[in-house]
Ligand binder design. Structure first.
Ligand code: HAM
Length: 414
């Protein structure tokens, strides 16, 4: 009996894998243009990193992590997101001692044990981007500009940018108190999850889909009325810079995000075209996170795009066409065929060779299936003349070519 794939984990072939490759290559070229450098961090970290970083009361830490004890019983978890790991790496490498601002990006698999559905996987992939070391609102605006440019470069449109400020440790507690006081009046009307959140993480009640249209949320206080002057001015600068760059956004007072490290600017990019899981990217400022993880007291801001969700909005890509498929009609031809294929590839052509000797008909069927532009046929007659038959699979024409002229002939394509 064959072994099945784990629920919520996916295999990607051909056109689907090519979409991921495109997201990665576009990210590499665009992010480096903005001055970001790649960092690669492990997929597994000590659980404490995520508990301290993301917050013990968050859904992610409470119920969505894959956690195992190591040989000494110390808990470690598959990363549910990249930010905490990148910050751990930043602290361990003392990057702050070398540069005042670090701009880092990474991409790869993340793991959350959620109920799988369209756009929600247990293993999913993020493109993640972080700016560490500056509290300036220019960084917030630049990061938002980067995510919108990136999504545009992937050919995506019809997305909406939701923006909010969560204030800071000075002004948010006042808002939190006012919110709790307000929500308590409606406690019995809230859904079960929100009744619990009211006492653990009341801000998250604001982004509950079930209670969204309820009187409790419609009449809830908004953070803007509680923001301290510094947070207000920070947010005004961010929005003014976005306005000057013609970036449209929705002011979303209910956008609070699901991870505890956020403060001030938070944002999400959403699409209505991929089902219930609408967020294709999300991020924000996390000025207390690095200190909380035992590092210096430095601010940071970042975002991550969900690659599976972006892939739902992108159509499959055609794979690049191979130049040749080489067929050997006799066993004796294999060493020469092997050497010819190697030589063609060393000269920049792409292609493959049929490993086994088969009849002409099935060999040609394989060549057709490979999608290669040319089929190179080697039989004992061609070997004797040091030539190969080359069939142009588009034109249907065939010519005999000296083996030492194959690179030239295959390189000239109309
Ligand atoms: P997040 O909002 O939890 O933020 O995730 C970012 C994106 O990852 C989401 O917008 C979504 O597209 C994708 N995503 C999340 N969970 C899943 C899932 N189960 N299946 C498929 N896609 C998913 C973060 O992770 C933060 N670390 C972002 C950040 C970076 N903030 C600051 N820096």
């Amino acid at each position: 009996m064959s072994i099945s794939r784990i629920n919520g984990f996916a295999d990607l072939f051909d056109g689907d894998a090519a979409v991921f490759e495109l997201m990665e290559s576009t990210c590499r070229s665009m992010f480096t243009r903005y001055g970001f450098r790649e960092v690669r961090v492990p997929v597994m970290e000590y659980t404490e990193l995520f508990a301290r970083g993301i917050g013990t009361e968050t859904d992610v830490v409470q119920k969505e992590m894959y956690t195992f004890p190591d040989a000494h019983g110390k808990l470690q978890s598959l990363r549910p997101e990249a930010t905490a790991g990148v910050m751990r790496a930043y602290i361990n490498a003392s990057l702050h001692a070398r540069e005042s601002v670090s701009k880092l990006f990474t991409y790869g698999p993340m793991f959350r044990c959620e109920r799988p559905q369209k756009g929600r996987m247990r293993q999913f992939h993020q493109i993640d981007c972080e700016i560490v070391g500056t509290p300036e609102p220019t960084a917030d605006a630049e990061l938002i500009l980067l995510v919108t440019d990136y999504l545009k470069a992937l050919g995506l449109s019809g997305l909406s940018l939701h923006l909010n400020s969560l204030g800071c440790p000075e002004c948010r507690p006042k808002f939190r108190m006012a919110l709790i006081e307000h929500l308590q009046k409606y406690e019995a009307d809230l859904c079960e999850d929100c009744q619990r959140r009211l006492h653990t993480n009341p801000l998250r009640v604001l982004d509950c889909k079930r209670d969204h249209d309820s009187e409790a949320l419609q009449t809830a206080p908004v953070i803007a009325d509680f923001m301290c002057p510094d947070c207000r001015s920070h947010y005004e600068t961010v929005t003014a810079l976005l306005h000057d760059s013609n970036i449209e956004y929705v002011q979303d007072n209910c956008l609070v995000r699901g991870l505890d490290y956020y403060c001030r600017t938070t944002f999400e990019v959403r699409s209505d075209a991929i089902g219930a899981q609408t967020a294709v990217a999300g991020g924000g400022r996390y000025d207390g996170l690095i200190k909380n993880l035992g590092g210096p007291n430095l601010p940071g801001i970042g975002f991550a795009c969900g690659m599976e969700r972006l892939a739902l909005l992108m159509s499959k890509r055609d794979l690049p066409r191979k130049d040749f498929y080489l067929i050997c009609l006799d066993k004796e031809c294999i060493p020469s065929g092997f050497a010819i294929a190697a030589d063609l590839r060393r000269n920049g052509l792409s292609g493959e060779m049929g490993y086994a000797v088969q009849g002409m008909k099935s060999s040609m069927r394989q060549a057709g299936k490979s999608g290669a532009r040319y089929t190179i046929i080697l039989g004992s007659d061609e070997m004797a003349r040091q030539t190969a038959a080359v069939k142009d699979m588009d034109a249907g024409t065939q010519q005999e070519v000296a083996q030492d002229k194959l690179v030239t002939v295959l390189t000239i394509k109309d």
